[in-house]
Design a protein around this ligand. Structure first.
Ligand code: SF4
Ligand code: SF4
Length: 342
């Protein structure tokens, strides 16, 4: 959410990244050929009774797979698959499908479908990052507090991503082959943002080949630059958990007025430009979705007192990375938070 106060932008409790960094993917899906060994699909069915299934159709990160790529304008068909999976494996559960409130045709289709189904609820959500992360989505949909990193199955809650639902349906119920995953690739290091159909087990370099701009230095992130992991070795293979790949051009000069270039994912990184001191601007406090004061962790860490970070509710941090993102001094707050937790 962005509020305007005295003509100054103030970021409050999360950020609508889809508005801040809109990313357009090309319409066509491209298959990535790979002849090496690949990983077969499998789903670890929980041995505990599932009471609630939450399906997120409201991604809040611009580099996430767009919902249209999964639903392909056939929402009832997708919900039929969900019903089949529930009936076969989780018959005692209630399904909660979360949709972006701005996607009115999707909301209407889902609501029409739901009118005949008492096992299903449709929830609408504003696509503000990081409100689709487990801690916040479980809180918003079920009103339950879970800890960051907690296995929700302990509470009878299963969080399923739409591609996994399709996988369970195709592979276990229909007995069809299911060996590809849709992976969106985006960022300033690419010629074009695309959606690829990839066999898990394929190396990152094979996936990105032909898509990275020629002659540039770049960095590659799995699952986003905010809190994903950087790929150090491009021969690394992707697995079934990878949701997206972001490639950022690494420049040795700063982009002037990056906030004016709204159509580009112009993240700068601390590899470029110096770290500065904390200027007590409170941007990190304002943006933190779980009401923490991230600068406190920085101060504990730099004073060599990282154990003291726990005095400031460190365990509540959901590691969304927004504090690092917004910090004008480019302090690597999430990195420090993870250090303090360890
Ligand atoms: S990484 Fe943690 S401290 Fe930083 S904004 Fe996210 S929840 Fe708050
Ligand atoms: S955003 Fe950065 S500079 Fe501002 S208070 Fe937080 S840590 Fe300090």
């Amino acid at each position: 959410m962005i509020e305007k106060k005295k003509n100054k932008k103030v970021y409050k409790k999360g950020l609508n990244l889809l508005e801040a960094y809109p990313i357009k993917f090309s319409e066509s899906v491209v298959f990535v050929k790979y002849d090496g060994p690949v990983d077969n699909f499998s789903f670890p069915f929980p041995d505990k009774k599932v009471e609630h299934i939450i399906v997120n159709l409201c991604p809040t990160e611009p580099w996430a797979l767009p919902t249209r790529a999964i639903l392909k304008n056939e929402t009832p068909d997708f919900l039929n698959k969900l019903e089949a999976v529930r009936t076969e494996y989780f018959p005692d559960s209630h399904c909660h499908v979360v949709v972006n409130h701005q996607e009115s045709s999707l909301v209407n289709e889902a609501e029409r479908y739901k009118s005949q189904k008492d096992w299903l609820s449709i929830h609408t959500m504003e696509p503000v990052y990081p409100y689709d992360t487990p801690v916040l989505i479980v809180k918003n949909i079920l009103g339950l507090d879970i800890a960051f990193g907690q296995n929700t199955i302990e509470l009878g809650i299963l969080l399923l991503d739409p591609q996994t639902i399709t996988g369970i349906f195709e592979y276990y119920i229909q007995k069809n082959e299911f060996n590809t995953r849709l992976i969106p690739i985006s960022g300033t290091g690419l010629n074009e943002n695309k959606i690829l159909k990839v066999r898990p087990g394929t190396p990152v370099e094979r996936i990105l080949e032909t898509h990275v701009k020629a002659g540039i230095k770049y960095r590659v992130f799995l699952d986003g630059p905010l809190n994903g992991t950087e790929v150090e070795d491009l021969t690394q293979k992707i697995d079934w958990s990878v949701k997206n790949i972001v490639v950022l051009e690494e420049r040795d000069y700063k982009t002037p007025f990056p906030y004016l270039k709204v159509n580009k994912l112009l993240f700068t990184t601390s590899l470029m430009g110096e770290l500065r001191r904390c200027v007590y601007c409170n941007f990190c406090d304002d943006i933190c979705p779980v009401n923490l004061e991230p600068a406190l962790y920085w101060h504990c860490y730099t004073r060599g007192e990282k154990h003291k970070a726990r005095l400031y509710a460190l365990e509540k941090c959901i590691e969304c990375g927004l504090c690092s993102f917004i910090c004008p001094s480019k302090l690597e707050l999430l990195h420090v938070i993870r250090e303090c937790k360890s």
